[in-house]
Design a protein around this ligand. Structure first.
Ligand code: SF4
Ligand code: MG
Length: 337
């Protein structure tokens, strides 16, 4: 299988400015050397705590913010090299759905215009556009009449359906979903997740599904990438990641996710990490996770681990990965910590 999107060594830096002249005194690397592939019709979950750079990654991929360096190859084309007009064309194929549907919908426009806007920009005729807006509204579970109403007249879940309809208007191939259900009530979340699942099959879509914890993407992702302080810690197919996490950070995150089986729930030991996530403006040397890693060794303070295959379906950035399903707790106990 050929990847649809190949991300290579992507970096996004934000300048740090200080003083009356706002001179640049440093930089925050919010996304640091990130590489991964996205396959046709697959969902790749991207998970990490707030501030880990996952939203910045999502926006950089589509150049809603400009990446500092690296490549985003869509087919044979490097999105990072595309001219403004070419980028507008590429947006047909590459779309985004935001966490807060209210903030991303223009409050002064009726829904019909909000969903129709991408089509207007891309020169879709009025009659066809009108037809498509009606179809899209129906497809996401609303009524064509809703097109005349304004965003504030809808609930959070309905607004997210509108955001999804807009993202589909140009029949894209890839949609970056930035925490699409985090702002919604739990009872509504499942409905929106089901809708996403249905449209993925129907429209042949690939999703990059950004989430802040591993439980949200468990049932929706084919593969999962775990991010820590701007870097990928682990990328694996879903079963490997949840059953046999290789990175200590993934293992500790998973230890906090409730499991359905009550026997396993009882025997489960939650691993609580020491300290807070360090500031991305001054990341730790070597492995960025080393100050909090329960199995860190001297080497981890100086040498940055790179993402390496530990099996055909699992890559991990760790000098001492957990292999063959070895529990993190066993390793901690073996080390006498
Ligand atoms: Fe822990 Fe070292 Fe692996 Fe980093 S490289 S996760 S500090 S064991
Ligand atoms: Mg480039």
């Amino acid at each position: 299988r050929e990847p649809l999107l190949r991300v290579r060594n992507l970096v996004k830096e934000f300048p740090i400015r200080a003083g009356v002249f706002r001179r640049q005194v440093g930089a925050v690397q919010a996304v640091s050397d990130v590489s991964f592939d996205l396959y046709p019709q697959e969902t790749l979950g991207v998970v990490g705590e707030s501030g880990c750079g996952k939203s910045t990654l999502g926006r950089s991929l589509l150049r809603l913010i400009e990446p500092t360096s690296g490549d985003v190859l869509f087919g044979d084309e490097d999105v990072t090299e595309a001219s403004k007009s070419r980028l507008r064309e590429l947006r047909r194929d590459l779309q985004m759905v935001f966490q807060d549907p209210y903030a991303s919908l223009n409050p002064r426009l009726p829904i019909r215009d909000i969903i129709g806007e991408p089509m207007r920009i891309h020169g879709v005729g009025r009659t066809e556009s009108r037809q498509r807006v009606g179809d899209l509204l129906k497809r996401v579970g609303l009524l064509p009449e809703h097109g005349n109403r304004y965003p504030h007249e809808f609930s959070g879940g309905q607004r997210q359906r509108i955001g999804i309809a807009r993202s589909l208007a140009l029949r894209p191939k890839v949609i970056v979903l930035d925490e699409p259900v985090s702002a919604l009530d739990v009872s509504i979340q499942a409905q929106v997740l089901n809708l996403l699942d249905e449209i993925q099959d129907e429209f042949d879509l690939s999703f990059i599904f950004i989430a802040h914890d591993l439980s949200v993407v468990r049932h929706t992702s084919d593969r999962v990438a775990v991010m820590y302080l701007g870097r990928l810690a682990e990328v694996a197919d879903r079963d490997s990641l949840y059953d046999a996490p290789a990175h200590p950070y993934t293992a500790s995150l998973l230890s906090a996710v409730p499991v359905a089986d009550p026997r396993r729930e009882r025997s489960r030991k939650r691993i609580i990490l020491q300290g807070d996530v360090p500031s991305p403006s001054n990341p730790p040397s070597g492995c960025r996770f080393h100050p909090r890693c329960p199995i860190a060794q001297d080497r981890c303070k100086t040498e940055t681990p790179v993402l390496t295959d530990v099996s055909p379906t699992q890559q991990v950035a760790c000098h001492f990965p957990l292999l063959n399903g070895e529990p993190l707790l066993t390793r901690i106990q073996d080390m006498g910590r």
